[in-house]
Design a protein around this ligand. Structure first.
Ligand code: PGA
Length: 233
């Protein structure tokens, strides 16, 4: 069983989500499928895929115009939330510290945070990949308070149509697994994300410590997303 999570980013519609859920209802899979959709679609369509959000406030309630709290997400039916996605780190200034606070908020209401970590091209070129991954996991993942998912997303490969080598993915995931173990979080699922598609999904998910994938562009249409889900049983 793998976890196949889609990240719709700022794309899609409620009717598109209903159509996706209908298509997902026609396939036979043991995998856990999650769709992280814009806030407006969270309560939009029941179906086989669990629904998640793409961000959450690190505050509980109050004068935070434009923000959505974890309890509001739970109230709308979200079961998962992505925290620390590279686009939120880049455009909204998320840091490991705020990501940690967001993950704690999600856990406090029973929502599973999907905590994203990964290096930029600059960090990669400077040979800092493993260092960034290590601080990302140690500082972003709460030590206790319920199950989390970690997603390794090399930021330079997101939406770029390129992926790291199998060896690089294996090294990153082994490191993350060891760190999570040392934090008392052994067995936490670790997803790979960035430029996953039907053609590379089976190979990526056969790498040790890759427990599933987080998929952006290729999660928007059933014709692209279903082959990824069916790439492994
Ligand atoms: P991509 O995005 O699959 O389009 O590269 C992945 C992500 O941003 O989670």
């Amino acid at each position: 069983m793998k976890i196949i999570a889609g990240n719709w980013k700022m794309n899609g519609s409620r009717s598109g989500l209903a159509a996706m859920q209908k298509s997902l209802g026609e396939i036979d899979t043991e995998n856990r499928v999650v769709l992280c959709v814009p806030f407006t679609m969270i309560d939009g369509a029941g179906g086989p895929a669990a629904i998640g959000a793409q961000d959450v406030s690190c505050h509980d309630h109050g004068a935070f115009t434009g923000e959505v709290s974890a309890s509001m997400l739970a109230d709308a039916g979200a079961k998962y939330v992505i925290v620390g996605h590279s686009e939120c780190r880049m455009y909204h200034g998320d840091t490991n510290e705020t990501v940690h606070a967001k993950a704690e908020m999600a856990l406090s209401v029973g929502i599973t945070p999907i905590i994203c970590v990964g290096e930029t091209m600059q960090e990669r070129d400077a040979g800092k990949t493993l260092e960034i991954i290590e601080s990302g996991v140690r500082e972003s993942a709460p030590n206790d308070g319920g199950d989390v998912i970690v997603a390794y997303e090399p930021r330079w490969a997101i939406g770029a149509g390129i992926t790291p080598t199998e060896e690089d993915i294996a090294d990153a995931h082994k490191l993350i697994a060891d760190i999570l173990d040392s934090m008392g979080r052994g067995g936490t699922p670790i997803l790979y994300g960035a430029s996953v598609k039907g053609a590379n999904a089976a190979q990526i998910m056969s790498i040790p410590h890759v427990d599933g994938v987080l998929v952006g562009g290729a999660s928007l249409k059933p014709d692209d997303f279903i082959p990824i889900i069916m790439a492994t049983k």
